[in-house]
Design a protein around this ligand. Structure first.
Ligand code: NAD
Ligand code: NA
Length: 398
């Protein structure tokens, strides 16, 4: 099969096995280049492990601290004439590299919101690892079927209270235009979004893992959040998704109570805005990211998902001494994004940005490259006219 990108809106329908393997390899190389993380986790469960921050967390655990990892995700393998999803190939490539390095790595493909997948995961931990000492919760999904009620919730990305009008970019065509997004019509929209992206499922996971006795003494669990600049507040932090993030962050004390008996602790880490399959779906955010990349690259402080997660593990979660937290008890690895000099610069460029100057004053080129890289495209080292069947044969999840 010859696989080329097929883009529809903000998603890419195809993924390239060799390119995604290249992407994973680059991330592994970054973690290795940073050296071993002292006193890191040894047995790690990553929920949402196939792409984005979850994949980067898994790679950091495996190659930064030689951890055994179990990854849970929802992906599609290749079928005749149809490529698999990027997360499928990422995981196959990750497992190949992990096994070659003598590391334990197994994966579970299915709906992490369901009780069935939680049970399968618990069984696998019991059989192979006994217990885990770190649980990373990195799901991003537009829908969730509630395991107790069977109700299917779909999240919405809307402002609350008033219409939000600002600039946005179609990052494929490079057209900058104004977008107006209508606010939620009822509490219902907010509640649906909280049901999908809030903290309930994280709590269900930790409860069930704990009840099964598969959490080690002193276990840590971490989930990921976002805040961002004021300009995206209406659509992000003060919008429906922000309410879900409030709920996720509010789950920390609940989990800490649950884990107290085994000396465990939970954290939310606020991460930097980055190009992932999830963030490219949010209006306004891709234009902000393009400007942010420009400014952070110029200042030499740009990070991708792997740099973020390596720093989270090495300098926060497993740093010597006390973990620095903000006034709300959160870990911040968005600290460089939120630096005042960075935000002042971005805000200045935000006012100026148009279709005409997009290529000059923003890093839209970097945005596009990162977007295509997510699906294994735009790697100089990959020949995209070559048949991928042989690669797919090697890339299976064991
Ligand atoms: P992503 O889309 O790259 O990854 C989502 C993961 O969840 C994938 O592994 C996917 O397979 C898995 N998943 C989705 N639905 C599932 C299901 N039903 N069952 C099992 N697995 C499922 O997303 P991401 O951007 O890495 O986001 C991860 C977390 O980080 C989210 O909480 C997100 O809000 C947060 N975050 C993202 C950004 C950003 O800019 N991308 C910034 C800060 C925080
Ligand atoms: Na993820």
């Amino acid at each position: 099969m010859i696989i080329q990108p097929r883009v529809r809106g903000f998603i890419c329908l195809t993924s390239h096995p060799e390119g995604t393997a290249q992407h994973v390899k680059q991330q592994i190389d970054h973690v290795k280049s940073k050296g071993k993380i002292e006193n890191g986790p040894k047995k790690v469960l990553v929920i949402g492990a196939s792409t984005g921050f979850g994949l980067a967390s898994r790679i950091t655990a495996a190659f930064g601290t030689d951890a055994a990892t179990i990854g849970v995700f929802f992906e599609k393998p290749a079928a005749p004439g149809k490529p698999g999803t990027a997360g499928w190939y990422n995981t196959a490539a990750f497992e190949n590299e992990a096994h070659a390095a003598g590391l334990y790595a197994k994966s579970i493909n299915g709906d992490a919101f369901s009780d069935e997948i939680k049970r399968q995961t618990i069984d696998l931990i019991k059989e192979d690892l006994g217990q885990v000492d770190l649980v990373v919760y990195s799901l991003a999904s537009p829908r969730r079927t509630h395991p107790k009620t069977g109700v299917a919730y779909t999240s919405v990305l809307k402002p609350i209270g008033q219409v939000f009008t600002d600039k946005t970019v179609d990052f494929h065509s490079g057209v900058v235009s104004d977008i107006s997004i209508q606010p939620v019509e009822s509490e219902e929209d907010i509640n649906k979004t909280i049901a999908v992206m809030g903290g309930e499922d994280w709590k269900f996971w930790i409860e069930q893992l704990k009840d099964a006795g598969v959490l080690a003494d002193g276990v840590k669990t971490v989930a990921y959040s976002y805040i961002g600049p004021e300009l995206t507040y209406p659509i992000y932090r003060n919008g429906t998704i922000g309410r879900a993030k409030d709920d996720l962050e509010g789950t920390v004390p609940v989990l800490n109570d649950l884990l107290e008996g085994i000396g465990g602790i939970s954290y939310v880490s606020v991460n930097k805005a980055l190009v992932t399959q999830s963030s490219s779906a949010i209006p306004v955010v891709p234009l902000y990211i393009s400007l942010l990349y420009k400014v952070m690259k110029e200042k030499g402080i740009h990070e991708g998902t792997i740099e973020q997660m390596q720093r989270l593990f090495a300098e926060r979660l497993y740093a010597n001494g006390e973990i620095p937290l903000d006034e709300k008890g959160r870990i911040r690895v968005d600290d460089w994004e939120m630096r005042e000099d960075v935000q002042t610069e971005v805000a200045k460029l935000w006012k100026q940005i148009t279709t005409e100057n997009l290529e000059q004053i923003s890093d839209i080129a970097g945005y596009r490259k990162d977007f295509f890289n997510l699906f294994g495209f735009s790697f100089d080292t990959v020949d995209y006219d070559k048949d991928t069947n042989e690669v797919v044969k090697i890339l299976s999840i064991k």
